[in-house]
Write a protein that binds this ligand. Structure first.
Ligand code: GNR
Ligand code: NI
Length: 182
């Protein structure tokens, strides 16, 4: 297992269209395991292969909404989606304050279909077809966007996007200042 470096904007590699996975093999399973480890370490609730510089249609998610154990840790619930496809998105929308590991420390409200039917392959190559709702639906759509070179700030108004980019700039300056004095 390995923690992989996460690409950040404005890296042009985040803008590539990812290719379908041709065969679900050990290399793909290893990549998915590394992506989960990377996501947990970040920490984040989702990660697309594009974010770790692999332009394949593969994403992982874990909302860790399972029960807490005695130490207050939640049971992990890792999910792997290979070649995911969205079918009939709902007409009703929901708004969520989204963040992205490729846009560190920035959050903004994004409106997306509240429920989506999703078809995908798991790490054994088995097909699934399920209706997702709530944060699961939001996160899946955020990750699917990455497979198509789209980042959550693309959904904002120009003014809102400029504000986020300015705050990101400030955040990075602060980070490098801290590093210099560490
Ligand atoms: O960790 C993440 N949190 C999150 C919160 C709201 C909506 C989407 C996300 S996904 C994000 C991790 C990430 O960047 N995935 O691509
Ligand atoms: Ni993201």
């Amino acid at each position: 297992m390995a923690i992989l470096p996460i690409l950040e904007i404005p890296d042009p590699r985040l803008r590539r269209i990812s290719e379908p996975v041709q065969e679900v093999n050990d290399a793909i399973r290893t990549l998915a395991a590394d992506m989960l480890e990377t996501m947990y370490a970040a920490p984040g609730i989702g990660l697309a292969a594009a974010q770790v510089d692999v332009p394949l249609r593969l994403l992982v998610m874990d909302l860790t909404d399972g029960p807490e154990d005695a130490d207050g840790n939640r049971t992990k619930n890792p999910r792997i989606f290979i070649n995911p496809e969205i079918l009939d998105p709902s007409e009703d929308y929901s708004v969520y304050n989204e963040g992205c590991l490729s846009v560190p420390d920035q959050y903004a409200d994004v409106e997306r279909p509240a429920t989506v039917r999703v078809r995908w392959l798991d790490e054994q190559g088995l097909a699934h077809d399920e209706v997702l709702e709530g944060l699961l639906a939001t996160c899946l759509q955020h990750e699917m966007d990455h497979l198509n070179g789209i980042i959550f700030i693309d959904h904002l108004s120009r003014l809102k996007r400029l504000m986020v980019l300015k705050k990101l700039d400030k955040f990075r300056q602060e980070q490098s200042r801290k590093k210099a004095f560490a």
